[in-house]
Design a protein around this ligand. Sequence first.
Ligand SMILES: NC(=O)c1ccc[n+]([C@@H]2O[C@H](COP(=O)([O-])OP(=O)(O)OC[C@H]3O[C@@H](n4cnc5c(N)ncnc54)[C@H](O)[C@@H]3O)[C@@H](O)[C@H]2O)c1
Length: 421
Amino acid sequence: MRVKEFDIKDINLAEQGRWRIDWALEEMPVIRSIIDRFAKERPFEGVKISACLHVTTETANLMRTLQVGGADVVLTASNPLSTQDDVAAALVSGFEMPVYAIKGESNEVYYQHLNAALDHHPVLTMDDGADLVSLLHKDRSNQISEVIGGTEETTTGIIRLRAMAADGALRFPILAVNDAMTKHLFDNRYGTGQSTLDGIIRATNILIAGKVFTVAGYGWCSRGIAMRAKGLGANVIITEVDPLRALEAIMDGFRVMPMLEAAPQSDFICSATGDKHVIDKQHFESAKDGCCISNSGHFNVEINIPALEAMAVEKRRPRPFVEEYVLADGRTIRLLGEGRLVNLAAAEGHPAAVMDMSFANQALGALHILKNADKLENKVYSVPEEIDREIARYKLEAMGVKIDVLTEEQVKYLNSWEEGT
Ligand SMILES: NC(=O)c1ccc[n+]([C@@H]2O[C@H](COP(=O)([O-])OP(=O)(O)OC[C@H]3O[C@@H](n4cnc5c(N)ncnc54)[C@H](O)[C@@H]3O)[C@@H](O)[C@H]2O)c1
């Protein structure tokens, strides 16, 4: 069911997109070094890759990296609201790359686009949230034998794929990019931290200082959000279900309590857990008037939007990316970015400097799969440690930062058990 050679909003946006893609590349020294290497080695010569990623400037630079390496790449959006239409246009016009992505596309079009990407008959898949791999296994299983493996970008996708592997349903190996230290320690924490606050501020333009800001979860993403909200002067509350993470949040200086207690005092609530209905009907029932609710987890199910829709007597749109629900008692609840990843819906996603490392893992990870496919089982694998360390080394080098090197004496000491007190 191929839509067309590409399906984007407006090809005339290409020039602006190209400027922004090149601007992002300036902040991506690791990707630049991989581009130089791939241009010489052409390791993906003729390999068909279908990528399902947020269509952003940084993704464009990953796509050009693979293309320079010889790959035949198509790109589809991994979320209906995260596409940057100018970037999609620039990829089609400047890089002759088929792209299927329009910001604000319906769920139906979203799946038409995924199908179009699979019509490309990929040998490698690149996913963010596992929708492409899941569709391939559910509706297009006749194509699975053509695929040698894939990569997965995010926590939610990895949870889904590990569940598939545990059920014996996964039919090719996947490399879990999110597991790499150079991914989640930086992208999920500093990237989501900065860009989520950026999205909330762009959507609302409300001062964060002095407000009560509740963050659901204290994982990699949510701790980044909490850290940046605190830095802007908010009084931050954390909600958790994991006692260790809750304890960590307390010791980091945050208040911790159940969502039911947090909701009535919160000016902002942001969820980033990967879980369902974290902000639910009972929380809307007691939420503070005017509370701005958002999500930075992969799927919008973190917020029970159907319940909010059912409770509302009126719905209005005072600003782009803000839906105001008026409840029967007169209170309003403001939903940002339709409950989809607010950092991508209302802002531009992660800054390029962190995506530099995440996408270096994607590029080198895809190469690892290509080279080792015959040895890999139908499982979810972590990124090999040497790739992770190589990326960290490149990044430090690009930042002009030197570190100490173990002396021979230290290597010996660290590997011996004889030396004690
Ligand atoms: N916005 C983005 O650009 C972006 C970037 C990376 C990851 N993500 C997504 O963000 C989500 C979180 O990723 P992560 O890497 O931080 O995961 P993580 O596993 O490190 O953290 C999730 C945390 O949420 C907690 N949690 C689960 N259910 C909860 C509930 N009902 N109430 C409160 N806390 C709950 C867990 O205990 C855990 O501590 C995933 O969906 C991931 O795919 C988004």
